[in-house]
Design a binder for this molecule. Sequence first.
Ligand SMILES: C[S@@+](CC[C@H](N)C(=O)[O-])C[C@H]1O[C@@H](n2cnc3c(N)ncnc32)[C@H](O)[C@@H]1O
Length: 240
Amino acid sequence: MTKTALPICFALVAACTLANADSETHGHEPGRATTHRTFEDVEHWSAVFDKPERDEWQMPKKVVEALRLKSGQTVADLGAGTGYFIPHLAEAVGPGGTVFAVEVEPNLVAHMRRRAEDNQLTQVVPVLTSKDRARLPRGRVDLVLIVDTFHHLDHRAEYLAKLADVLTPLGRLAVIDWMKKPLPEGPKPDHKLSRQQVVDEVVAAGYELVDSPDFLPYQYFLVFRKSEGRTWGHGTAPEK
Ligand SMILES: C[S@@+](CC[C@H](N)C(=O)[O-])C[C@H]1O[C@@H](n2cnc3c(N)ncnc32)[C@H](O)[C@@H]1O
């Protein structure tokens, strides 16, 4: 390498490093999905979402334990995919509870229904939802869990306001999503939202952060409740 090429090379490396740091600290446009992809290929996504090695870093049992669900409660897995979390949620609420397995992709809804039938999980209710709202009964859900799906939602301010309506007065919203940096698992950093952006958006929509377990190696884990004293868009104020 010539004497003049060396500084140019260093300058390029420095510029790339800065650009990378920039992409990690700057968020996406608030409320816009970072990617619009289809999840219709059940076989492909089953191999991705349900690969046995995922348990090592996803720790589904520990995640569900941390959510402290009670027997008989109603939980919704929003963007449930192939149903990776469903058996754990079904166990936590028991046969007298309800697990809404909520998906926009019809093939995945049918797949989760088959899984529930095969495993005799009668408390699992597959829901073919709309993109712009969770099609769930108002005021009935104790916990909405959103895993690796928040960044797929569009118009999140409106979406989160409507979502508050399906929660019980003390209902919670748990968001687990990818840390915005290069990781051995998950999408590229460009498709991720920073933890701070998610907190800011959910708080701005009228929730407060009440817990943030930090045992997951690749994802942040945020638990929110509806903020007290807020008047909810559809007329349901949280009860005192
Ligand atoms: C990356 S996958 C995560 C699947 C699952 N939560 C898991 O952890 O294995 C995102 C899922 O969200 C679904 N999805 C995207 N937008 C949605 C929306 N507006 N409502 C419900 N599901 C949605 C997709 O069809 C896809 O199955």
